[in-house]
Design a binder for this molecule. Structure first.
Ligand code: NAD
Length: 321
């Protein structure tokens, strides 16, 4: 059995490799050759923790396994990341445990890769302004990955807690791209692509904010009750997702479905756009919205890649199990 500790991930995994792994698994999901098992997520009644599993199987790559972990709100005070995850991979031919992989950085990379995949396939080719809503832990991963998808000339940002926006402006300085903090009216008018990655339970981005042609990647809503954008926007936009079952139950679409503004059969899996089975954006005026809910197969895909890289680079720890 192979162990790839969390501390080794940064030196092994690249954004490009995460992008390729996630794009391939979205395509496999849409073909029906990869599927996610039902998600388990429970408040365990200890340390205020939410704990659970995301799991699945990809018959193409033979990635089989699960990501186990959750959210421990008291971790910050202990100098630890609140979100904790570990990925387990199993041999699809024998069921033996094949690998144990640190999942914290991989979660951020695979989540950023998902919105990047959506930008590649759905945003206008001439997109110049990237809008960021959210300035938490995930936001810099999202911004770095998105900037690689188009010739962006500027980043604009809005956050519910404005003092946190320095996180985005510092990254923009590092990358040599102009950054401006804006209100949501300007965000909607100026951004060609908007990524929303917050833990909000009420919408910030409203339908009236958005002009035509925008691509919006809603990445924060991954739980029942969370919401980042007004339901009317999903009624007006062409809606895409990683997995329809999650989109309608725990994703951004849950609210538009409940309000009767959207039906599950109006949502397109991004994999079918990748495979060329669905058209995606058909006009420069289309508003496209990607509901990125985060599926277990993304975790298995990036973990499989990192195991291969660790073995190739001699940093995998091998143990008898
Ligand atoms: P974080 O705690 O570091 O940051 C939270 C962000 O949400 C900050 O920008 C904060 O200002 C903002 N926020 C808090 N309350 C808000 C409110 N009431 N209205 C608007 N904004 C508010 O969190 P993070 O690690 O950056 O994660 C952000 C979100 O992304 C979380 O909800 C997390 O569950 C989700 N997430 C999704 C995926 C996925 O695959 N879709 C993966 C990882 C994380």
């Amino acid at each position: 059995m192979i162990i790839v500790p969390e501390k080794e991930i940064a030196g092994l995994m690249t954004r490009e490799a995460a992008f390729d792994a996630v794009e391939a698994v979205f395509a496999a999901m849409s073909k029906g050759s990869a599927y996610n098992f039902p998600v388990i997520r429970e408040a365990i009644g200890h340390a205020d923790a939410l704990y659970g599993f995301k799991s699945g199987f990809d018959r193409e790559s033979l990635a089989l396994g699960l990501k186990s972990g959750g959210f421990w709100p008291g971790n910050d005070a202990k100098g630890l990341t609140n979100h904790q995850s570990t990925i387990f991979l199993f041999d699809a031919d024998t069921g033996q445990c094949r690998a144990l992989v640190g999942g914290n950085l991989l979660t951020a990379l695979r989540t950023a890769a998902a919105s990047s995949v959506s930008i590649k396939h759905l945003a206008r080719a001439d997109a110049k302004v990237l809008g960021m809503i959210g300035a938490g832990h995930q936001s810099t991963f999202q911004m770095r990955a998105a900037l690689e998808q188009r010739d962006f000339e500027k980043v604009i940002g809005w956050n519910y807690h404005p003092d946190m926006l320095s996180r985005l402006s510092d990254l923009a300085d590092e990358l040599g791209i102009p950054f401006e903090a804006v209100d949501l009216e300007r965000m909607g008018q100026e951004a060609d692509v908007i990524i929303s990655i917050t833990s909000a339970f009420a919408p910030s981005l409203m339908d009236a904010h958005i002009s035509h042609g925008t691509h919006i990647a809603c990445m924060g809503t991954d739980t029942k009750g969370k919401q980042e954008v007004e339901t009317a926007l999903l009624g007006r936009a062409k809606v895409f997702t990683d997995e329809i079952a999650q989109s309608v139950s725990i994703g951004e679409a849950q609210h538009a479905i409940a309000a009767g503004l959207l039906t599950a059969d109006q949502i397109t899996e991004i994999g079918s756009v990748i495979n060329g089975d669905s058209p995606g954006r058909t006009s420069a005026d289309d508003i496209t919205l990607f509901d990125g809910t985060g599926v277990g197969l993304q975790d298995l895909a990036v973990a499989s890649t990192v195991v291969d890289l660790a073995v190739a680079q001699g940093v995998a720890i091998e143990i008898e199990f």
